[in-house]
Design a protein around this ligand. Structure first.
Ligand code: MG
Length: 317
């Protein structure tokens, strides 16, 4: 099942929605109104509040599936996308853990960059990560915003794992049981600021967290549709020009390993792990300035079995 959030274009309203067989989205409030009546509808009222992540917890997605069947049977009309835009599938995650180096070819291109500066980057022995904040999220219908004074905004296609069940010290063998679904994240960063932050050896918190530096979506595909997250073709294009291409089988640390490792801090429903990017980022190219994202361009990130996340580039207001 494809689950999205819809943000009203003119009013401060956000709701959950699910895709019907034709791909059009049915808003949960419309579905609930269409199938109203009885105790079951009261129970389903948790689906009215996407920001709480209640809907991701065990039973919530089953409830959405039940509601979807009822709504389709009753012919509930899809949402009018003139009034709504797609938001990030999880609107208010408690945390977004962003794994830094998880594809060997990306590690190698990073090693080359730092070698020019006389620094040695080793092959990772554990999945180190930084934090992205909920304030950096946006959906596919919003632009990536270039901050004032920044001219080196870079892209990174990543598989995003959405946690559905509280996970604390879980084993690698059990880890996938804690996944609600998968989506796509473009882990956007400002490279010059990132370099300064890396040299300060604290973190890359500013470089990776400007508003709309975590486009996510276009929806979440529930975990039942992706039994093995290590088999997915992924790629990214800028104005149709291929920049990144890989398979998630190339990850150094698998999705179950990442969940198990990071469950040491305690993962809650709605928390997201983004799993690292393959090679091909602008920074690693011979003339990076020719490849950084420019206002007016469109960046397209895709993962087989999930969908296509497309964002335009605009100046920050
Ligand atoms: Mg990244």
């Amino acid at each position: 099942m494809r689950i999205a959030t819809l943000q009203h274009r003119h009013e401060a309203r956000t709701c959950l929605a699910f895709a019907g067989p034709d791909g059009a989205f049915i808003a949960v409030p419309d579905a609930l109104a269409g199938v109203s009546g009885g105790r079951e509808t009261v129970r389903m009222s948790k689906l009215m509040f996407p920001e709480t992540a209640d809907w991701l917890q065990p039973g919530g997605i089953d409830m959405l599936a039940t509601l979807k069947d009822a709504a389709l049977a009753q012919g509930v009309a899809p949402a009018d996308m003139n009034d709504w835009r797609l938001g990030p599938p999880v609107v208010n995650p408690g945390k977004i853990i962003a794994v830094g180096r998880n594809y060997m070819d990306h590690v190698r291109e990073g090693q080359e960059i730092w070698a020019k500066r006389g620094k040695i980057v080793t092959i990772p022995q554990f999945p180190s990560a930084f934090a992205k904040f909920a304030t950096s999220l946006c959906g596919p219908d919003s632009p990536i915003l270039v901050p004032e004074g920044v001219d080196d905004v870079d892209y990174e296609i990543e598989l995003a794992v959405v946690i559905g069940t509280r996970a604390l010290n879980v084993s690698e063998a059990d880890a996938l049981d804690y996944v609600a679904g998968y989506t796509i994240c473009n882990d956007v960063g400002a490279r010059g600021i990132q370099r300064k932050e890396m040299e300060a050896q604290i973190g890359i918190t500013l470089a990776k967290n400007f508003p709309n530096f975590a486009p996510m979506g276009p929806w979440m595909v529930t975990a039942d549709e992706i039994p093995d997250p290590q088999t997915l073709e992924i790629g990214l294009e800028v104005d149709g020009e291929p920049r990144q291409r890989a398979n998630t089988s190339d990850m150094i640390f698998s999705v179950p390993y990442l969940i198990s490792y990071w469950s040491r801090v305690g993962l809650n429903p709605g928390d997201i792990i983004i799993t690292g990017t393959p090679s091909g980022v602008a920074l690693a190219r011979a003339e990076p300035e020719k490849f950084y994202l420019r206002v007016g361009q469109t960046v397209t990130a895709w993962i087989d079995g999930i969908g296509v996340l497309r964002n335009t580039i605009a100046d920050a207001p």
